[in-house]
Design a protein around this ligand. Structure first.
Ligand code: C5P
Length: 483
C-alpha cells in the first residue's frame, strides 16, 4: 500500500495538521490516521458489513458524577492470581479521571467477582460474548472502540497467544481483534511460561503489531518457592503507563527561555476621567502568552486595560499608558524573545488635565497631542539587552504586506506578524485572525524578506503556530509530541 509523506504535503495542510495534532496532543501521523478514519466512517455506504460506530461519538457520561470523563479505558481482566491487583488498577485509573469499563474472562471470574469489579468501576461488567443484553447492538464492537485505550491486566499466556493468532472465541479476544485502539498489556504468568519459546514468539508478534507491554516484573511467584520474571506490574505502574499513552507528555521546547509579551490597548489620559483608547481586546497577545507558557517558557505579559483573565502560570504586569508599558517592558529585560502584540496608542495628550475638563462657552478645549515612545523600536534598537528575537505586529487596514515589510525595516525587529484589521474582517475584538509572518530569509539582517501567509485561524491557533515558529527558530525544537 502507498505511504504518505507528511513533509511533502502543502504548507497550509501541514499547518492545519500541526495545530490540530498539538491541540489534541497527538503526533501528526496519529492525527492523519484519525482524520482519515473519520472520513471513511462518514462515507455513505458502510465499508464493512458491520459499520463501525463513529469515532467522534460523545464520550460516555459517568453514571456516578454525571461529568464527561477526560478519557476512557476498556480494561480486560484475564484469569490469573494477579487479577486481584486489577481491582486496585480500576481505582488508580479513576483517580486519574479515566473512565473504566471492565470485561472479565471466564477464568478471571475464578479470581475476582463481577460484583466487586462493578462496585469499583461504577459501571456494569461484561463477561459474555453472547450476552443478549449487550450484544443486541454488537456490544463487543462498542467495547472495542468506544474507548481511548484497551488495557489487559493481567494478560495471561493464553490470552496473549489468542491475540497473537487472531482468535475471537470469547468476549475478551473478540474485543481485542475488533479494536482500532491502542492496546496495553500487563503480562502475568509463571516464569517458565514467560520464557517458553511459544510465549517469546507471541510477545515478538504482538510488539510487531503495535501492542505496548508493561512488565512483567521479576520477584516471588504465587506458587510457593518460585521466583523469576512473570509478576504483573503494580497497579500504579500500569496506570502511569496507560496515562502516558492517553495523554502523552506535551513537549516543552521553550523550557528555560524567558518570553516578554505586550498585549491589549493603552489608555492615554485626557483628564482624570477621560482617555484616548483603541478597540484592541488583548485576546491575541494573551493567547500567545498562554501558548508560550504551555511550551515551557517563563512568560512576562505586560498588558494594557483588557477584560480578560490573567493566563495561568504567567507573570502579568497591568498598565494603563504607553509610557507605563515601556517602563514595565524595560524592567522585564533581559529576555530571550520579545513579542509586541499590544496596540499601543501612537499619541498621548501633552497637557493632561489635572481636573475634569469643563464644557465652556469658549468651545472645545484644545487637545495637543505628542508622540508616545515606540516600545517595539526602542527595544529592537537596544545595543545591550536586546532580546535575540524581537517580533512586532502590524495591524493594517490597507497595503498590508507592503506596510508590514517597511515596518520590519523601520522598527528594526526580526519578524512582523501582519494582520488585516479592516472593520469587515472582524479581527479587532473578534476570535479569528488571518496573519502573514514576515521575516528575513535565513534570519540575516539584510536578507531577502519572506512572507508566509497562514490560513484563517482562531487567535489561539495563531498563537500556537507563532510559538511553534519561535521554538523552531530559537531552539530548533518542535512543538509536536514525538511520534
Ligand atoms: O507603528 P505601529 O503601531 O503600526 O506598529 C505596530 C507594532 O509596534 C506592534 O508590534 C506594536 O506593539 C508596536 N508598537 C509599540 N509602541 C508603540 C507603537 C507600536 O511597541 N508606541
Amino acid at each position: 500500500m502507498a505511504s504518505l509523506t507528511i513533509r511533502k504535503l502543502d504548507e497550509g495542510v501541514k499547518t492545519y495538521l500541526r495545530l490540530r495534532s498539538a491541540r489534541n496532543r497527538r503526533s501528526v501521523e496519529e492525527e492523519v490516521r484519525i482524520i482519515l478514519g473519520e472520513l471513511i466512517q462518514g462515507h455513505e455506504e458502510p465499508l464493512t458489513p458491520m459499520a463501525a460506530p463513529p469515532d467522534h461519538a460523545p464520550a460516555p457520561v459517568s453514571q456516578r458524577t454525571g461529568a464527561v470523563p477526560e478519557a476512557s479505558v476498556t480494561l480486560i481482566i484475564g484469569g490469573g492470581i494477579a487479577a486481584y491487583k486489577s481491582l486496585d488498577l480500576i481505582r488508580r485509573l479513576k483517580e486519574r479521571r479515566i473512565e473504566v469499563r471492565c470485561v472479565l474472562t471466564q477464568a478471571a471470574q475464578q479470581f475476582v467477582t463481577p460484583l466487586a469489579v462493578s462496585a469499583l468501576s461504577h459501571e456494569r461488567v461484561y463477561t459474555d460474548l453472547f450476552d443478549p443484553q449487550s450484544e443486541f447492538d454488537a456490544g463487543h464492537i462498542r467495547l472495542a472502540r468506544d474507548c481511548d485505550l484497551i488495557v489487559v491486566a493481567p494478560a495471561t499466556a493464553d490470552l496473549m497467544a489468542k491475540m497473537a493468532n487472531g482468535h475471537a472465541d470469547d468476549l475478551a479476544s473478540a474485543i481485542l481483534l475488533a479494536t482500532n485502539r491502542k492496546i496495553l498489556l500487563a503480562p502475568a504468568m509463571n516464569p517458565l511460561m514467560w520464557n517458553n519459546a511459544a510465549t517469546r514468539r507471541n510477545v515478538t508478534q504482538l510488539q510487531r503489531d503495535g501492542v505496548v507491554l508493561i512488565g512483567p516484573n521479576s520477584g516471588e511467584m504465587a506458587e510457593a518457592g518460585e521466583a523469576g520474571v512473570g509478576r504483573m506490574s503494580e497497579a500504579i505502574e500500569i496506570a502511569t503507563a496507560a496515562e502516558r499513552l492517553l495523554r502523552p507528555p506535551v513537549p516543552k521546547p521553550l523550557a528555560g527561555k524567558r518570553v516578554l509579551i505586550t498585549a491589549g490597548p493603552t489608555h492615554e489620559p485626557i483628564d482624570p476621567v477621560r482617555y484616548i483608547a483603541n478597540r484592541s481586546s488583548g485576546k491575541q497577545g494573551f493567547a500567545i502568552a498562554a501558548a508560550a507558557q504551555a511550551a515551557g517558557a517563563e512568560v512576562i505579559l505586560v498588558s494594557g486595560p483588557v477584560d480578560l483573565d490573567d493566563p495561568a502560570g504567567v507573570t502579568v504586569k497591568h498598565v494603563e499608558s504607553a509610557r507605563q508599558m515601556l517602563e514595565q517592558v524595560q524592567a522585564a529585560l533581559p529576555a530571550d524573545i520579545a513579542i509586541f502584540a499590544a496596540a499601543v496608542a501612537d499619541w498621548r495628550v501633552a497637557n493632561e488635565g489635572e481636573q475634569k475638563l469643563k464644557k465652556t462657552s469658549a468651545g472645545m478645549p484644545p487637545l495637543q497631542l505628542v508622540e508616545n515612545p515606540d516600545i517595539l523600536a526602542t527595544i529592537s534598537k537596544l545595543t545591550e539587552k536586546r532580546p535575540p528575537l524581537v517580533i512586532g505586529f502590524a495591524a493594517e487596514t490597507e497595503h498590508l504586506i507592503d506596510n508590514a515589510k517597511s515596518k520590519l525595516a523601520r522598527k528594526g525587529c526580526d519578524w512582523i506578524v501582519a494582520n488585516d484589521v479592516s472593520p469587515a474582517t472582524g479581527v479587532m475584538g473578534g476570535d479569528r485572525n488571518t496573519v502573514h509572518l514576515i521575516s528575513r530569509k535565513n534570519g540575516e539582517k539584510d536578507g531577502e524578506i519572506a512572507v508566509d501567509s497562514w490560513p484563517v485561524m482562531s487567535k489561539e491557533q495563531v498563537a500556537i503556530e507563532l510559538v511553534a515558529h519561535v521554538a523552531k527558530s530559537v531552539t530548533g525544537k518542535s512543538l509536536e509530541p514525538a511520534s
